[in-house]
Design a binder for this molecule. Structure first.
Ligand code: SF4
Length: 459
């Protein structure tokens, strides 16, 4: 155990370790409304400025097996046919979006997420990327990222990634301990993961992102530390450290997890702090509240320069003003607001076949939403925000949010934030609880304790 573990007082944990959004958008997805539909999305696409720089997200909602901690929109499919049919649906949706746009937009980031994108056949992955290059102006140095399940990927799929210009792979590791893996139905020995990383590196994909988790059944700080140390041998360019959100009332497969083996609040805190300390001691730079980047990487440089952004994939260097989502449940963000596709694969497919678009809900942004979003994003990314600075191009000033500043007084008394004039700064002790401070600016969040919370705990 490291010497630097900073215990948090149980009273503070009890006060702030509540379900709060991760603020990958504002307003957050539970507050999207059905009044934003395919017709509105189509209009927003036609209004897009031709010189807009866009990012693209493709959701692949299939896995070969269900991990019991999974919070993603996915389903178990083992036959290749439904996945090939889905890929054809994506092609149709890409065509419909491209036809609605006024120009072939420039694209700097493409992300395949899921689910497990490696359930696509190598041919379908290549076909989709080729099709995107046809319909969009994908920049020569664009980042093309693919999430990969090391248990089920193949050398052929990895070769196709290399050949088609994939630059980054994101690998779910979570925990390397056999008991923990057994308890969450995700058995993947370290050697298997290391072999996949070596194959990726051999094909030229050496920008590797690894996801780790704390708060899983049977996890202890020692097991988490061991996982971090072994993971660092893979030399990932970034590590994301997420807390497991146990919401069996929303995700039925989570009922298969024995709740008596889940760590409590103080144990989760100890695991997070221990993992963070091991990453810092390995010279990884803390990025936002839960990412760590190897020095010299684009994410570390963006964090040091105060140029970090936040989108549905978490912390990113991506500063595009339009994010276009494809596939069932995919979320897009345009200057006018957010849109989300139908999460049900057959319904999404029918909608795309009939209309080209499958929007089921979204949110048109007000000036106030934009102002609050700017404050929340800077706080989440930089741990400090000068509200008047970020609002200088809006119709708002700090005075419009004086009530929210007052609500921060409790966190200030507890030593978690410092408020000075128009500036809010998370203290070092408060940084892991930044979501609780951001939530003060969320006018849609019911701050009362909810019996069926939709969000993960703050720690
Ligand atoms: S591989 Fe990923 S998306 Fe699929 S079930 Fe496991 S955690 Fe969920």
């Amino acid at each position: 155990m490291p010497n630097h573990y900073r215990p948090m007082h149980p009273d503070l944990l009890a006060r702030y370790d509540r379900p709060v959004p991760r603020y990958t958008s504002y307003p957050t997805a539970p507050h999207f409304k059905t009044d934003v539909d395919s017709a509105i999305y189509h209009r927003w696409l036609t209004e897009t400025a031709p010189d807009t720089r866009a990012s693209l997200y493709l959701h692949i909602p299939f896995c070969h097996e269900m991990c019991w901690y999974c919070g993603c929109n996915t389903r178990v499919v083992r036959r290749p046919e439904p996945i090939a049919t889905y890929a054809q649906g994506l092609i149709a949706e890409i065509d419909a979006v491209a036809a609605a746009l006024p120009a072939r937009l420039r694209v700097g980031h493409v992300h395949f997420g899921g689910g497990s994108p490696n359930t696509l056949s190598p041919k379908d992955l290549t076909g989709l990327i080729d099709h995107l290059r046809d319909r969009f102006d994908i920049e020569t140095k664009a980042e093309i990222a693919v999430e990969i399940d090391p248990r089920t990927t193949t050398d052929t799929f990895i070769r196709a990634c290399g050949d088609t210009g994939v630059t980054r792979a994101s690998i779910g590791v979570q925990d390397l301990n056999a008991d923990v893996q057994q308890a969450v139905n995700r058995i993947q020995p370290y050697d298997k993961i290391a072999r996949v990383v070596a194959s990726l590196t051999d094909t030229g994909i050496d920008d590797i992102n690894v996801d780790l988790m704390y708060g899983l059944p049977h996890q202890t700080a020692e097991k988490v530390a061991e996982t971090v140390d072994k993971t660092l041998k893979l030399k990932p360019s970034r590590v994301a450290l997420f807390g497991y959100a146990h919401v069996p009332w929303m995700k039925k497969h989570m009922r298969l997890i024995d709740e008596t083996t889940l760590p409590d609040g103080p144990q989760r805190w100890q695991q997070f702090e221990t993992a963070s300390e091991h990453l810092r001691q390995a010279n990884y730079i803390a990025v936002g509240m839960d990412h760590f980047a190897r020095p010299g990487t684009d994410l570390a440089n963006a964090a040091n320069a105060g140029k970090l952004n936040r989108n549905f994939q978490g912390y990113t260097t991506d500063s595009a003003s339009a994010l276009i989502g494809f596939g069932a449940s995919a979320i897009g963000a345009l200057p006018q607001g957010y849109v989300q596709n139908n999460p049900d694969v057959p319904t999404w497919h029918s909608a795309v076949s009939e209309n080209g678009l499958a929007t089921i809900r979204g949110r048109a942004l007000t000036d106030d939403d934009r102002a609050r979003r700017a404050i929340i994003e800077r706080l989440m990314c930089d741990m400090v925000v000068d509200t008047d600075e970020v609002l200088k191009e809006s119709n708002h000033t700090q005075r419009d949010y004086a009530a929210e500043f007052e609500k921060l007084a409790g966190m200030a008394r507890d030593g978690l934030v410092e408020v000075s004039g128009t500036t809010i700064r998370m203290t070092q002790a408060g940084q892991p609880l930044v979501r609780a401070a951001a939530a003060v600016f969320d006018r849609y969040l019911d701050q009362s304790l909810d019996a069926t919370p939709r969000h993960a705990r703050a720690v």
